[in-house]
Design a protein around this ligand. Structure first.
Ligand code: 5GP
Ligand code: MN
Length: 374
């Protein structure tokens, strides 16, 4: 019996996130208690984890009687409207739509949360506002290489599914929620479930024992997962599914090194009438092919080409993004960009660039050692 308990504890310990320190929670509670105006931020082109985490923390701060506002670098995508629709009117804004209001929010607040990103530059054009604000700054994130020096308090954990999951564990350690998921506001619980679901690709990647414990507790509180899944995965435009077909049948290329890549230009996007967020998940698709070790998805943007990388264990998408695509992220899911004309002269050069750099990358000493499990 005792052996069983010790074994169970050891297994949980081996596979779980690091313990969240009670003194960090005490600091966090002090910061929140002392703050009059709080700004919640997330990274450029916010995804489900970014928006879900901001929304959840917004509802919890409101529940604590605090004045909070969410300020994003770009608008939240339409497909997350079922989450942002729960935020009080006037409490969600973005730099692109309201630069003046955004600047005022930053200069008038005394506490800023950075959710789901590891460094100021991930806020794009909002970076100078963040940097210039005298407010205390708290980081809650699950990416590699957090920029610790810029923050007054850092919660950083990579052995976890998502920022939403991390935030859930942090919130439950506060005296307000005292370990009970049932005490979380319902809209916060649903937003946390959403963030975790999108970042794990609906429980396909980065699922830890703590992730399932969180999901289980949130389900017990009455979170309507069927409704979340319906919004996230069964409510796409017809154009998205038709474009997916075209990308996979005609545009996907696979190199001899096991790298799949797809390039999506603006003209094709327009042909299918797609909006921001409509290509979410495209980068994962080629990994379903046995011989594919890494997948690269390129999307033409206004003045650059956005890059999404996904890899199987043994290949580091994060390193590839950092070395060749001006970015980073997680070991198996990373992103970045190619500048035009800088890295490539035009979208037509992306294929040749990718073939060249991924060949170099896949045959580099580091990747060969990683593949061999050394
Ligand atoms: P996605 O491909 O879904 O846009 O991004 C995958 C992961 O890489 C996300 O965790 C995202 O935060 C990270 N990521 C995306 N773009 C960049 C980037 O330009 N720089 C860094 N450091 N991380 C990125
Ligand atoms: Mn995330």
């Amino acid at each position: 019996m005792i052996c069983n308990i010790i074994f169970k504890f050891a297994v949980e310990f081996l596979h779980d996130m690091n313990t969240i320190s009670t003194s960090d929670i005490a600091h966090l509670e002090q910061f929140i208690k002392g703050a009059q105006k709080i700004v919640l931020t997330a990274h450029m082109r916010p995804d489900g984890d970014a928006v879900g985490s901001c929304t959840a923390l917004f509802h919890c701060l409101k529940d604590m009687g605090k004045d909070a506002v969410i300020v994003l670098p770009d608008p939240s995508p339409d497909y997350l409207g079922f989450i942002t629709g729960t935020i009080d009117k006037g409490r969600l804004t973005d730099f692109e739509s309201d630069p003046q209001g955004t600047a005022e929010a930053f200069s008038g607040c005394d506490l800023i949360f950075s959710l789901d990103y590891n460094a100021f530059h991930r806020c794009g054009r909002m970076e100078p506002l963040l940097e210039g604000s005298p407010a205390k700054k708290v980081l809650i994130d699950h990416h590699l290489n957090p920029d610790r020096e810029r923050y007054d308090l850092v919660f950083s954990e990579t052995e976890i599914s998502s920022t939403a999951e991390y935030l859930y564990h942090i919130l439950l350690m506060t005296s307000r929620y005292g370990g009970s998921a049932a005490k979380l506001p319902g809209d916060a619980a649903a937003a946390l479930m959403t963030g975790m679901t999108t970042d794990t690709n609906n429980f396909a990647n980065s699922v830890f024992p703590s992730t399932l414990r969180m999901a289980s507790s949130l389900l017990e509180t009455g979170v309507d997962r069927d409704s979340i899944i319906g919004h996230l995965y069964n409510d796409y435009s017809e154009g998205r599914i038709r474009l997916m077909g075209e990308m996979l049948s005609r545009k996907m290329k696979i190199t001899a090194d096991g790298v799949a890549y797809m390039v999506l230009d603006k003209k094709t996007m327009q042909k299918y009438g797609l909006k921001e967020g409509d290509t979410e998940g495209f980068a994962n698709l080629p990994l379903g092919i046995g011989k594919v070790k890494m997948s690269c998805f390129f999307k033409e943007d206004e003045d650059r080409i956005r890059v999404s990388l996904r890899s199987k264990k043994g290949v580091s998408a994060n390193r590839c993004a950092a070395l060749y695509f001006n970015g980073g992220g997680h070991e198996q899911a990373a992103g970045g960009r190619l500048s035009v004309p800088g890295d490539v002269k035009s979208i037509d050069e992306v294929a040749a660039y990718t073939e060249r750099v991924t060949h170099e990358f896949m045959n580099s000493r580091e990747e060969q050692m990683l593949c061999a499990g050394q």
